[in-house]
Design a protein. Structure first.
Length: 256
């Protein structure tokens, strides 16, 4: 079954994927930000499902989750907002969520709604690959979705190969062992990790996240991977000023 994520992966390099938190900074900003990200040149978009205790996220994204929840965002409201989004947005949309809100909503119901609104994939950072394979993979594939799994420099070769075997889009390469949004330059450790992965000849391409905050750091990671994911830096930028659309356009101009 064809998927927008695979189409982008097959057709281009230096893929720019942007993460943002749904319902932030204002409840009704979700679709406005999606539309502006596409207009401004993003290649893929990760739609963050707000949760009170997000995994692996630094203070910027944690704060955006809190604000979005205080605004009244919920899983059901997010799907309501995304209804009809495919009339306005053609980019791949990946739903990023902790497992807990998906389980509370109902895992199969969540996947079904993703298919209905036109979402293409899932990132569930706290879902172990073994549990995904045994409990959820059949459901995810039944609804035509791609599940994207994170690997870190501490992942064993055996685990990386298992993830590669059960992936059909891209692998999310975490640049370091830190949480998201840590301002740092990419070190020799990242390059060593990238070269280690290149030597493994994985079947799926790599897209790098964590710590990418600007064009310079994006260019650094795309020397070694198919694309880069910007999260905290964009989440911080989108809330600057009174207009999320204008703030989005301003942030994206650096990558034009």
């Amino acid at each position: 079954m064809s998927n927008r994520i695979n189409t982008v992966l097959e057709s281009q390099d230096n893929i720019l994927s942007i993460y943002f938190t749904a319902g932030y900074p204002k409840l009704d900003d979700t679709v406005k930000v999606l539309v502006e990200l596409e207009r401004s040149g993003a290649d893929m978009i990760e739609v963050g499902v707000p949760f009170s205790d997000p995994i692996a996220d630094g203070p910027t994204i944690q704060h955006s989750n809190t604000v979005a929840l205080d605004n009244g965002m919920s899983v059901q409201l997010l799907f309501d907002q995304l209804s009809g989004v495919r009339d306005k947005v053609s980019l791949p949309l990946i739903m990023m969520s902790s497992l807990n809100p998906i389980i509370q909503y109902g895992f199969e119901q969540f996947c079904q709604k993703c298919q209905e609104v036109g979402a293409d994939g899932l990132i569930i950072p706290d879902l172990p690959v073994e549990e995904y394979i045994s409990e959820y993979k059949d459901v995810v594939e039944r609804y035509g979705l791609r599940n994207i799994i994170l690997i870190t420099p501490s992942s064993t070769d055996a685990r990386i190969r298992l993830i590669d075997e059960h992936t059909d889009s891209f692998i999310y390469m975490v640049s370091s062992a830190a949480t998201t949004g840590v301002n740092k330059n990419f070190s020799q450790d990242f390059e060593a990790f990238a070269k280690r992965l290149q030597a493994m000849n994985l079947k799926n391409p790599l897209v790098t996240g964590f710590g990418i905050k600007d064009k310079e750091s994006f260019d650094q990671v795309t020397k070694f991977s198919k694309g880069g994911i910007i999260g905290s830096a964009f989440v911080k930028a989108v809330a600057e000023g009174d207009d999320a659309v204008a703030s989005t356009a301003k942030f994206m101009r650096e990558f034009a």
